[in-house]
Design a protein around this ligand. Sequence first.
Ligand SMILES: Nc1ncnc2c1ncn2[C@@H]1O[C@H](COP(=O)(O)OP(=O)(O)OP(=O)(O)O)[C@@H](O)[C@H]1O
Length: 522
Amino acid sequence: MYLQKEDGKLAFYINEDDALDCQLIINDLRTKVFGKLLQNDMTFFDKNRVGEIVSRLSSDALVVGQAVSTNLSDGLRSLVTIFGSAGLMVYTSPALCAPVTVVIPIIVGTFYVFGKIQRKFTVQMQEAVAGANNVATERLSNMKTVRILVAEKRELEAYKEKIHAIWEICRKEGVFKGIMFGSFQLTGYLAITSVLFYGTTLISRGLLTYGELSSFCLYSALCVGGLSSLSMFYNELMKGLGASQRLFQLAAEKPTIPLHGGIKLSDVARDIRFEGVAFNYVGRDAMFNDVSFKIPAGKITAIVGPSGSGKSTVAQLLLRLYNPTQGRILVGDHDLRELDPSHWRRMIGTVPQEPVLFSASIWDNIVYGAEDPKAITKEQVLRAAEQSNSLEFINSFPEGFDTLVGESGHSMLSGGQKQRIAIARALITDPKLLIMDEATSALDATSEYLVRKALNALLEHNNKTVVIIAHRLSTIKHADQIVVLDKGCVAELGNYDELMSIPDGVFHKLVEKQAIGWQDNF
Ligand SMILES: Nc1ncnc2c1ncn2[C@@H]1O[C@H](COP(=O)(O)OP(=O)(O)OP(=O)(O)O)[C@@H](O)[C@H]1O
C-alpha cells in the first residue's frame, strides 16, 4: 500500500498481493498525513488543538485501515459471486428472473441511502471518540493539576459524558444497522418466496422442470449471499470514506507561512526594524495598531509593558510564526516575508516563556537546538551548560547529562532548572540573535545573577543582538534600549535612566508599582 499526491489530493493505493496489514496502514497514514502537517507548519493550528487533531487522526486512520484491510477481498468475492450466480440464473430460467429484477433496484437504492447514513454516523462517531480521547489524554497527563484542584469527580463526569455520547451514537447506529440488515434479508427472502411461488406456477404449466427450479433457487441463494456480503462491504467502505474525509481535509490544509523558500541571509548582524506593524490573532481584536521601533544590531533591547500588552507576540512576529496584518518587519533592507523562514529561525536562539523539554536525556534536550545534533561536540554542550549556569546541577545528578527529563511523565526538574536547560539549548549554536522571553523568571536571585553574569560576558565579546522580554524590571537596567509597549503601540523608548526621568511615564509607573506593589495589595 502506498500514498501518493495527485492533483493536490492524497490518494492511497493497495496492491492486492500485499498482505493488508491494518496496523501498517494506520502507521502509514499517521506519518504521511500528520508528518506532513508537522513539516509544514504546526503553528497553523491552535497549540491546544494539536492533541485533539492527533487523536482524531489516529481514530480516523484506524477506521480507514480497518475498512480497507478487512473488507476489500470480501467485496471483490461478493461481486464475483453476484455476477456469476446472476449469469447462471439467467441461463437456467430467464422467465424466473422477472421477480428478481424488480428487487434489484430496490436493493441498490437502499444500499445508497443506508451508505450515506452510515457515513454520517462514522463522522459523528469519530468526533465523539476523538473528544473522549482528548479529555482522557489531556486530563491524565495533567493528573497533578487535577488532583491539586480536587477536580477528580468533575473530570470523571466530563469523561462519562463523552463516553455517553459515544454510547448514544453506537445505539443509534446499532438500531440503524439492525433495520438495514433486517430489511436486506427480508427483501432477499421475499424475492426467494416469489421465485418459488412463480416457479411452481411455471412447473404446473409445464414450462419449467423441478431441476431447473432447484438450480435457480441455489443460484439465487448464492446471489443473495453475495448481495448481503456486498452490503457489509459497502457499509465498511462508507465508514472508511466518512473517516478519510477528515484525513483528506487535514492533508489539504495549506500553511499560511511556508517552511522554506526565500532569501537565506548569511548573517543576522543587521538592525531589525518594526515599521507601522499592526497585528491581531484570528478572532481577536487588534493588539498592535501602529508599532514602530528599531532593534539595533549587537545591542541589548528589552521589551516591557503591562501583562497582555503583546511582548511575547513581538517575539513570535520576530520568529515569523505569524505575519503582521499591516506594516512590515525589516531585517537590514529585507522584509522578513522575503526570507526563508526555517533558515531565519535557525539563526535565532530562543528561550520561550514556557520552555518545553522533550522526553529524552538532558544532553539530547540541549543539542536539540542544533541543525545537526550529532555534530555538536562535548565542549559545546559543556560551554552552553556553563553559560546557562546549569552545569553544577546537571553534574549533581547521578546520571549527569544522561538524566532523563521530559514533559510527559515526570519532568524531574525544578522550574528554574528547566529554564536553564532551555537557555543552554538556545545557546548551543552560538546564535547571533537571541530572544529571551521571561527566560529567568523562575530563577532565584543568585541563580539569575549567575546566568546574567555569564550571559553578559558572552554578549560583550560576541557582538550579539539580544531581545529580552522581562517582567522584573530591575533585571533590564543594563539594556541598551527599552521599548515600552502599552495599548497597542510603543509608549516610550530609551534607556533605563532616560525612561525613569519621565515622571509620569508608563515605565516609571511600572517600576514604582513593582517596587511597592505588595504594599498596595496587602
Ligand atoms: N495564540 C493566541 N491566540 C489568540 N490570542 C492570543 C494568542 N496568544 C496570545 N494571545 C493574546 O494576545 C495578547 C497578548 O499576549 P502576549 O502573550 O503577547 O502578552 P504579553 O505582554 O507577553 O503578556 P505576559 O506579560 O502576561 O506574558 C493577550 O491578550 C493574549 O490573550
